[in-house]
Design a protein around this ligand. Structure first.
Ligand code: 4AD
Ligand code: MG
Length: 464
């Protein structure tokens, strides 16, 4: 007896084979002719396999007729051609073994449709729904595609630490890591909490970015990327922010901002193309049920060039748009999501790369332009989601970098190792960060980023 997945059992090539399939019941329907139809799903694909369970089965009355959504089973039987709609095959069961029952009175997914908000309360069960199965497979595809892309481009995968003592983005929105007693922390002579007695002997945090450590490896090994969890303690309850998210960060020695933009554009196109090619069944589901523009949007992006403009040009466009925005537009102000959406959805109808932002609204590590006012930053913006990538050319000049740190209230001493990269054999270099969940959100068309990660962490929610 051959053990196969539901996906394999649905293929016409499987017809005539004796197989065993494991999975969970999605539906049971009893026919008047003395048999039951079972729909079984095992997560290998969106669709279910149909099983015909005949009343001749020894446990037909005792087990089969009691099967309800959520029950786990193993079915043995022969795969035959199906006359039914939407499937090429079906399994004619010779044996149905029940592993676990799911009481229809209690099983939360008994009802066909729940809102995504409701399903968030059942993060432990929602992977059993069509939408979250599809999201899980999409996330897997994008993660693999990320690695394939960078490996094909000759990048080295490096692992950067999760616990850190430096604030990469300089915004101070970090989670503290400590073993001190919160109720009674040790104090120094000034009465302040004495972090010298803490586990790492100084204030330590969960990382907001692996960039600084990636730069260490890029300035030794050329082209590298890091891909892992990152944490932000910003109190933003939006549909695009998580407190814990995954970020992929390539960092390249001898790259300038143009090389960086070219790489980012090639990278995103490759991810979108892989989703369309390898996740077509799930993409069709998203297109039908979540956002009926998503497939068309991705296809169009893959074939077009991203618009590139400077922040200053974008501000002029926004000011001249005649639109009434909630937040005013002005040179020197950060762009709000409504401004980004105007550019990507109304003005250019596609991805836009904005460059050369005011130095005052960007982190210390971005390379200062000759005008002294702007930095070699780039943000890639896409319709609906807004910023999907943030990056820059890095400041490789020691004196300029130290000045920028002081301007932003950072102590260059604390970043001595980062500055050493400029002291010894400094090189022009660049990199960017892409949020995995923002990609999943953009590709699937999901309205809320909390539905694009298995276990979302947001202000007030880390329950399970
Ligand atoms: O623009 P950010 O903050 O850039 C950095 O962290 C740089 N150190 C990256 C680099 O140059 N190596 O974040 C990069 C991306 C954003 O464009 C967004 O896609 C995602 O990370 N991101 C978030 N995703 C979900 N929730 C949040 N709170 C996010 N903050 C950033
Ligand atoms: Mg950013």
């Amino acid at each position: 007896m051959e053990q196969i997945s539901v996906a394999a059992a649905r293929e016409p090539e499987a017809i005539g084979r004796q197989v065993r399939v494991h999975g969970w019941i999605r539906t049971r329907r009893d026919s008047k002719g003395g048999f039951s139809f079972l729909e079984i799903n095992d997560g290998s694909c969106l669709a279910n396999v149909q099983v015909i369970a005949d009343s001749q089965l020894a446990n037909y009355e005792a087990d089969v007729k009691r099967l309800a959504p959520g029950c786990s089973v193993t079915v043995q039987g022969e795969i035959k051609a199906s006359a039914g709609q939407g499937q090429a095959t079906e399994i004619h069961a010779q044996q149905v073994l029940v592993h676990g029952w799911a009481d229809p009175e209690q099983y939360p997914l008994q009802k066909k449709r729940h809102t995504f908000e409701k399903l968030r309360e059942w993060a432990h069960l929602r992977p059993r729904t069509n939408a979250f199965g599809a999201i899980a497979r999409l996330r897997n595809e994008i993660s693999c595609s990320i690695h394939r892309f960078f490996q094909d481009e000759g990048f080295l995968y490096v692992q950067t630490p999760i616990i850190t003592t430096s604030d990469c983005e300089g915004a101070g929105q970090m989670f503290r890591v400590t073993t001190l007693d919160a109720a009674k922390p040790p104090r120094n002579q000034q009465g302040e909490v004495d972090f010298e007695q803490d586990f790492f002997r100084r204030p330590s945090y969960l990382t907001v970015s692996g960039q600084l450590e990636a730069e260490v490896f890029a300035t030794a090994l050329g082209k590298v990327y890091t891909f892992g969890p990152t944490f932000r303690a910003e109190n933003s309850n939006t549909s695009r922010h998580l407190a814990e998210f995954w970020m992929v960060e390539p960092e390249m020695a001898f790259f300038d901002l143009i090389d960086n933009m070219d790489l980012a554009e090639r990278f995103l196109k490759r991810l979108f193309r892989d989703c369309l090619e390898h996740c077509l069944e799930d993409m069709r589901f998203f297109n039908e049920r979540i956002d009926n523009t998503t497939i068309h949007t991705l296809q169009k992006i893959v074939e077009s060039n991203f618009v590139r403009l400077s922040y200053t040009e974008a501000v002029e466009i926004l000011l001249g748009s005649g639109k009434k925005f909630e937040y005013p537009v002005g040179w020197g102000q950060d762009l709000q999501s409504e401004h980004e959406r105007y550019l990507t959805e109304e003005k250019f109808d596609g991805p836009v790369i904005l460059t050369d932002y005011p130095a005052s609204i960007k982190p210390f590590y971005m390379r200062v332009n000759d005008d002294g006012q702007t930095v070699r930053a780039m943000d890639v913006l896409v319709p609906k989601v807004g910023e999907i990538i943030g990056g820059s050319q890095r400041e490789e000049r020691l004196d300029v970098l130290e000045d920028r740190m002081r301007q932003q209230g950072l102590d260059p001493e604390a970043y001595w190792w980062y500055l050493d990269l400029r002291r010894f054999g400094t090189v022009p270099h660049a990199g960017f960060g892409l949020g995995l969940e923002r990609v999943v959100q953009f590709v699937s068309g999901m309205g809320n980023i909390r539905d694009c990660i298995p276990f979302p962490r947001t202000p007030g929610n880390a329950d399970f």
